[in-house]
Design a protein around this ligand. Structure first.
Ligand code: ADP
Ligand code: MG
Length: 704
């Protein structure tokens, strides 16, 4: 028998012809390495041997039994056959049935002993198994306890996968396979050898070994990922960033009507050390902070530092209304700091636009706040050295790199109001350093949150009227725009959960206006033109509208401190992080605020998810729960920057919830290796360099 290495084609294995090779290729399996890295998705625990007398109906177990009666085959309807016989252990008898497997009557001779594995049926004292898996059993000779269960495709069977994987393992020449992990990493984390891990993950002797093998593959994935991200960071930073001198921060803080929180002070310190770093690598930083945590002050600090150093800065928001709000807030601050700041949006009059563009080109304007138009337009800066983007999740990864092009050698600051858990942040924004604002400004009131059903409708409408009567304002969010709408948010249901009818914003606004004629109700949704939406939103901000019925378009960033009540209809439809974002629209002023989650869903899972919202106001806590419940799919941006799909990260062994600490350590090891071999050119790094390249390839194909 010849030997194979990782690069050998699977065609080399006996049993893999053209057809099967094609099916394997559909699963991404071309080489021996691909095949051996096709890990089981589960294991049958056939070592769980039980006695006939004790097994229960519905249980899956192994029984070691001796054949008691000669198998008898009967013809059934069609061309089906059924082979029946009985077997026993010391405690009782079990009836065994096989369908369309006539050949088994030759195997099961009276007196021979087997281990049978499968689902038990029990009716009173009668125990039976249908089509169990089986192996001949000899007293004193141990059988494997665990059987791998592989992801399959086409007409491949478990048996077939098991066979070709075993033969690949047997033929693999261990000396020829290259371990991609650095020796130091292997030693410090007590990892097994690659050969042992491969053998074990496919044929584990125990849970303990299985886990030990898996740990090795977790590290491989983390290490390749960390290398890929670190390399792309290195490429982005050429050591030519604009170098800032330290700024007079006391002067900066003195113009605010409040003192910074410790968290704000820390984050601003991190920003400053990036921009004043003598290595001139430039800032690429993500600031994560819950709604209301005070990210604006951090953005302002960075802009102040840029301007103090004689450079320009730009702040980009995803919508015109958000840009305007930033301009209103920051304008006051910047005026006190003698910083000349302008607002540049799509709706800015043409003449004004021209003046602003001229000012940016000749340097008479220090700061500009605006929307995407800034990016795509023909705006030229004299010497922009900082771009801040607010509410990053509305910007795609590609847009972010386009931003970098506007400021050569400049600094990038990204602000996200989605408090993503650290692991996920490393994956989504691995090319950015991370800062968390993990502390709220003092005096922030908790938003009281309730989950109610339809029977509260009347009382709730009364409450809306009462709030409006006191001069407050109300948001109502519906999942659909019109009655036939499938809904804009699609939480995946668990089977068996009822699916309540969707509230749509259009009818809702109508009905509510008729019910409460003295209340000014307005409608806003995503199908409206941007200018119309902005009009409604500004009217609401000015207090000309009492109740705003809308879809999730109000989700991001808007600040109307007078709004004290947020009602979310069909709350079961929304993810926790999204509900948290919506709730963050209220509780921004000095008045007590409420969030009412309306749901008629009786599903236990939906109910417990909504209950979680009543228990905590901590966005990071909620994001962690969301991640645990729904997995990372909803967080990772797709190519349009929407957060529903996968972002090109495919981990096989890594669990995003469990491997946080290891991921950070992996970056450490990657850094050490890159310090010695910055481009992975050394012969000893060739194997890993190939996988890093593949990793980039998978990111690229998911972005393009
Ligand atoms: P976000 O992180 O959601 O962008 P903002 O920067 O808009 O939060 O801040 C929310 C509110 O809190 C604003 O009204 C702001 O003036 C106020 N604020 C920010 N920092 C502090 C602070 N250190 N002390 C008191 N109020 C603060
Ligand atoms: Mg903000």
């Amino acid at each position: 028998m010849g030997s194979v290495n990782f690069d050998t084609s699977v065609r080399y294995l006996s049993g893999v012809g053209e057809k099967r090779a094609e099916t394997l290729a559909n699963m991404g399996i071309y080489t021996i390495r691909d095949l051996l890295y096709h890990f089981p998705r589960a294991y049958q625990h056939r070592g769980n041997v039980r006695y006939v007398s004790e097994v229960e109906d519905g249980e899956t177990a192994s029984l070691i039994m001796t054949v008691a009666s000669q198998p008898h085959t009967a013809m059934l309807k069609g061309r089906m056959t059924m082979t029946k016989f009985s077997a026993f252990d010391g405690t009782g008898k079990c009836n065994l049935t096989f369908f369309n497997q006539n050949y088994v009557s030759k195997i099961f001779t009276v007196g021979a002993t087997f281990r049978f594995y499968g689902k038990i049926q029990r009716k009173g004292r009668a125990v039976s198994m249908a089509s169990p898996a089986f192996e001949p059993y000899t007293e004193g000779i141990a059988l494997p306890e665990f059987f791998p269960v592989y992801p399959l495709s086409g007409n491949l069977t478990q048996n077939y996968m098991g066979k070709i994987i075993s033969s690949a393992l047997a033929m693999l020449n261990e000396k020829e396979i290259e371990d991609i992990l650095p020796e130091k990493l292997v030693k410090e984390n007590h990892l097994p050898t690659l050969g042992w891990a491969l053998n074990t993950i496919h044929n584990p002797m125990s849970y303990e070994f299985m886990e030990k093998a898996r740990k090795r593959f977790v590290w491989e994935e983390l290490y390749v990922f960390a290398l890929a991200i670190s390399l792309s960071k290195k490429k982005a930073k050429d050591g030519n960033a604009v170098l800032f001198a330290p700024s007079d921060m006391d002067r900066f803080y003195s113009v605010f009507p409040f003192s910074p929180t410790n968290a704000q002070r820390r984050v601003i310190g991190e920003i400053e050390s990036d921009m004043t770093d003598k290595k001139r690598l430039g800032m690429s930083r993500l600031v994560c902070g819950d709604v209301g945590s005070g990210k604006t002050m951090c953005a302002a600090a960075a802009m102040y530092m840029a301007v103090s150093n004689g450079c320009q800065a730009a702040l980009m928001a995803p919508t015109e209304i958000l840009a305007t709000q930033h301009y209103n807030d920051l304008g006051v601050i910047f005026a006190k700091l003698d910083i000349r700041c302008e607002l540049l949006c799509g709706s800015t009059p043409a003449a004004k636009k021209r003046i602003i563009k001229k000012g940016l080109a000749d340097g008479s304007i220090d700061c500009v706040i605006g929307t995407h138009a800034l990016l795509t337009g023909d705006v030229e800066f004299k010497n922009a050295a900082l771009i801040v983007t607010d509410e990053q999740h509305r910007f795609g990864v590609m847009q972010r790199s386009a931003l970098g092009d506007k400021t050569k050698g400049g600094h990038i600051l990204v602000m996200s109001a989605t408090p993503i858990p650290r692991t996920l942040a490393l994956i989504m924004y691995g090319d950015l350093s991370l800062s968390y604002i993990d502390e709220m400004p003092p005096g922030r009131k908790k938003v009281s949150t309730f989950v109610v059903d339809e029977s509260y409708r009347e009382r709730m409408n009364g409450f809306i009227e009462k709030q409006v009567g006191e001069g407050r304002q109300v948001y109502i969010v519906c999942p659909a725009i019109e009655s036939e709408d499938e809904g804009l948010v699609g939480f995946d249901y668990h089977p068996g959960e009822s699916r309540p009818k969707l509230k749509n914003a259009t009818e809702y606004a109508d009905t509510l206006q008729k019910l409460l004629p003295n209340v000014r109700v307005a409608l806003m949704h995503g199908k409206m033109k941007a200018s119309e939406k902005d009009k409604v939103m500004s009217a609401f901000a000015k207090g000309e509208i009492d109740v705003l019925v809308s879809t999730t378009v109000i989700e991001v960033g808007v600040n109307v401190p007078n709004a004290t009540l947020m009602i979310v209809e069909n709350a079961e439809r929304f993810g926790l992080s999204q509900l948290h974002q919506l709730r963050g629209r209220v509780g921004r002023g000095q008045h007590k605020s409420w969030c009412i989650l309306v749901s008629d869903s009786k599903g236990a899972e939906a109910q417990s998810r909504l209950e979680a919202m009543t228990e905590t106001n901590d966005g990071l806590e909620i994001a962690k729960k969301d991640l645990a419940i729904r997995g990372p799919g909803d967080f990772l941006p797709d190519k349009n920057g929407n957060t529903r799909q996968h972002g090109g990260v495919a981990f096989k062994a890594v669990s995003l919830c469990d491997n946080t600490a290891d991921l950070e350590a992996a970056f450490g090891y990657a850094g050490e290796v890159l310090a010695l071999d910055p481009k992975l050119d050394d012969p000893e790094n060739q194997a890993v360099a190939k996988y890093v390249e593949e990793y980039f390839g998978s990111i690229r194909s998911s972005v393009n």
